[in-house]
Design a protein around this ligand. Structure first.
Ligand code: APR
Length: 253
């Protein structure tokens, strides 16, 4: 018996929205995709604020993702980020990431603005990516800025030749976002005529500024997120309660 291709079964209401979004994707000249941690949960990486998201060793991960923790709680900071790097190494981009890569190659989307530090959009083959919150794929000296492969952070020697502390190249709470990524993301958001949010609670600034900037400059704003977000009322189309992987598979049909 022939295996039926995995069919996604959506309610009529969701299917109608997806049919409309397929039309918008065809019509748009500048489509920008904006991703958050919800893009990677189906690859096995937990997000930050879903009800199901866990503590790490009974500590709120958001407390450790800070300059404060790096300075005053250094060993837990190191253990936490080593745990996240190990978690990355056992996960792969999922079908949704590969669909976005195919869409960039086909000119269907122009760029991805991501809050994620997992590097999965690079691994899946996308090239136009703005990593607003840095990356867990490398580390650098906190003093002189010298960059090292992430393997250095997993080893014992975390002291740079200048004497500084070698830390992951993610943006910590208390740090400013990379200027180049911010400027590029602003340019893409202003030029977009279709801006699609995938898997973000949109609760962290300044990242959550870009959907609004796109809308303000005339883009259609689409928010696809399991839970509701504070920006849903501003959007032209919202889909809650569905998984991004199945949504992207349906849009790719
Ligand atoms: N499909 C659709 N939505 C999903 C899925 C999925 N498979 N999995 C999770 N979600 C949704 C959740 O409902 C949640 O609202 O993704 C959203 C993820 O939100 P957050 O956990 O807040 O992650 P994000 O928005 O990326 O956080 C932004 O905060 O902690 C900082 O720097 C960190 O980049 C992160 C930033």
């Amino acid at each position: 018996m022939k295996r039926r291709k995995q069919e996604n079964v959506f309610s009529n209401k969701v299917q109608e929205k997806l049919n409309l979004l397929k039309k918008w994707l065809k019509q748009a000249d500048q489509t920008v995709i904006f991703t958050g941690a919800g893009m990677s949960t189906e690859a096995g990486l937990p997000d930050f604020r879903s009800a199901s998201s866990g503590m790490w060793n009974n500590i709120n991960p958001l407390e450790l993702a800070s300059t404060e923790a790096m300075e005053h709680n250094r060993q837990q900071f190191i253990d936490f980020y080593r745990h996240r790097v190990e978690g990355l190494q056992s996960c792969q981009p999922h079908t949704g990431h590969r669909i976005l890569s195919k869409w960039e190659a086909a000119g269907k989307i122009q760029s991805i603005i991501t809050q994620n530090v997992d590097g999965f959009h690079h691994t899946a083959g996308n090239h136009r990516i703005e990593e607003l919150h840095g990356t867990l794929r490398s580390c650098h000296c906190h003093n002189c800025g010298r960059s090292y492969p992430i393997e250095r952070f997993m080893g014992e020697d975390l002291t740079c030749s200048c004497g500084g502390f070698i830390r992951p190249s993610v943006v910590l709470f208390g740090e400013s976002l990379p200027e180049k990524a911010l400027n590029q993301a602003a340019e893409e958001s202003e030029a977009a005529d279709l801006f699609i949010v995938l898997g973000s609670s949109l609760s962290v600034s300044p990242a959550n500024y870009f959907p609004i900037e796109a809308k303000r400059n005339g883009a259609k704003l689409v928010i696809i997120n399991k839970e509701e977000t504070a920006l849903d009322p501003e959007a032209d189309l919202v889909i809650n309660g569905e998984k991004i992987g199945s949504i992207l598979r349906e849009l790719d049909n």
